[in-house]
Design a protein around this ligand. Structure first.
Ligand code: ZN
Length: 448
């Protein structure tokens, strides 16, 4: 039995290991802006002064020492499967400006090479005016820039005044710019050795983007059978990230540090919004638990083909889902059509559920987990077979992916584009509700 479990564990590691992309939604600000723009308290909030992280930390060092110590106590008590932060990483107010950034990165356990530039993320078609544009390489630690190459970023200067809505929306993309890369002992990084997260729970430790998976995925609603066979699936850190950044945001607002209040808030929102993406809350949408175990048993007996096929299809569908979302949402913004189904969905949230610390798990992840199977089926119906149902095909980086909409249109017709658009629009109604609930929660704190 023990051996069976170990084999099963290894297999499921393999399942997730082949997921090359752990980004969930591509370009979060495109989805978040339309939601924020319909919240008067956000749009009408007065301008705030831009401040570098270094300056913020120097001004708040003592307060942060206590805040982060208190947060660690809270996290150990309240976050299931939390990996305690080693005592040696605790943030101490030493007054040393030379290493304060690194001390902070260690205390919150993120990639120490993060860039932390002062900038804004513009929407597709938005004019940069006479602002200086920023090269994406100044923003991310990733060597592959993906859709960042299509985005316009503009530089901010310390001390200038900006709108909170712009800071908040911009920050919702940042956690995908390398924050959570290399944090495990088997990622081959110096910081991964000391952060206390142990070996990577799932995902491919050898892939650049793969190592962030356990921070951006949350499997809370798999069957007991799957969790029994693969208990490591519970070792995800989405709730840790959300609560940590929410706490930092509230601290910053309380201290009158509004720029960092909004920016930390956007970081928390990123992880919350990742939970509305079905492939981030569901191990294998196409398979029932017994199906997963069956193909695994066959693999153990020397017939791995069904399992390997399932892994490849999972990866391809995840990739197509994201790419379709990104291309259509980009079109929606470029067209400026307020009646576009994505923009209508983002303006019409599901019925509100009040935010609390269990919301990411019990509301957001549950909804997308429930939608996962149906979404997977719709992909099979509406996307050409060789893209989502041919396990011999690896579609990552293929030109069919670049031309995805044309490829779907040519083979499946406009009803396929419509069907897929409708499918993701439904997810965006959920994302819209989650965003609003979180914003309301944060605004209530701010008003206290
Ligand atoms: Zn993410």
């Amino acid at each position: 039995m023990k051996r069976t479990c170990v084999s099963l564990i290894l297999t499921i590691v393999f399942f997730l290991g082949l997921q090359k992309d752990a980004k969930a939604w591509s370009e979060h600000p495109m989805a978040v802006y339309p939601v924020l723009q319909s919240i008067p308290a956000i749009v009408n909030a007065g301008p705030i002064e831009v401040k570098s992280l270094l300056q913020f930390l120097l001004e708040e060092e003592h307060g942060l020492e206590k805040l982060l110590a208190d947060h660690e106590v809270w996290a150990r008590e309240h976050i299931p499967s939390y990996a305690p932060r080693p005592g040696s990483l605790a943030f101490s107010a030493t007054g040393n400006a030379g290493d304060i950034l690194n001390r902070f990165y260690s205390a919150i356990r993120i990639n120490p090479h993060v860039k932390m530039a002062l900038y804004l993320h513009l929407l597709p078609g938005q004019d940069a005016g006479d602002r200086e544009q920023v090269d994406p390489r100044e923003l991310t630690t990733l060597s592959t820039l993906y859709e960042m190459l299509f985005t316009t970023y503009v530089r901010l200067q310390e001390g200038e005044m900006v709108r909170p809505v712009d800071v908040l929306a911009t920050a919702t993309d940042e956690p995908d710019y390398g924050f959570d890369l290399g944090l495990f002992t088997d990622n081959g990084t110096a910081w991964g050795q000391v952060y206390g997260f142990g070996e990577q729970s799932f995902g491919n430790p050898g892939l650049e983007y793969g190592s962030q998976a356990p921070f951006h995925m949350g499997f809370y609603h798999e069957s007991w059978l799957v969790f029994a066979a693969a208990p490591f699936l519970k070792r995800t850190y989405v709730e840790y990230r959300i609560h940590l950044y929410k706490t930092l945001s509230q601290y910053a607002f309380d201290a009158g540090q509004h720029y960092w209040g909004w920016r930390f808030m956007g970081w928390a929102m990123h992880y919350l919004n990742d939970m509305s993406m079905p492939y981030h809350t569901t191990v294998m949408p196409a398979k029932r638990p017994l199906g997963m175990i069956w193909i695994n048993l066959k693999a153990m007996l020397g017939f791995p083909r069904s399992r390997d096929n399932a892994v490849q299809l999972l990866s391809n569908r995840h990739t197509v889902y994201e790419q379709f979302q990104w291309q259509i949402l980009r079109q929606a913004h470029l067209s400026g059509d307020a009646e576009h189904p994505f923009l209508v969905a983002l303006a019409n949230p599901l019925e509100t559920v009040a935010y609390d610390n269990e919301f990411p798990r019990k509301v957001a992840a549950r909804e997308s987990n429930r939608a996962a199977r149906r979404n997977d089926r719709l992909l099979r119906r509406y996307v050409p077979r060789y893209l989502v149902s041919d396990p011999k095909n690896e579609i990552g980086g293929s030109h069919e992916l670049d031309d995805l909409l044309d490829v779907i249109l040519a083979e499946k017709g406009p009803e396929a584009i419509e069907g897929l658009t409708h499918m993701i629009a439904e997810r965006f109604r959920a994302l819209s509700m989650h965003t609003r609930s979180f914003v309301n929660h944060m605004l209530a704190h701010k008003a206290e």
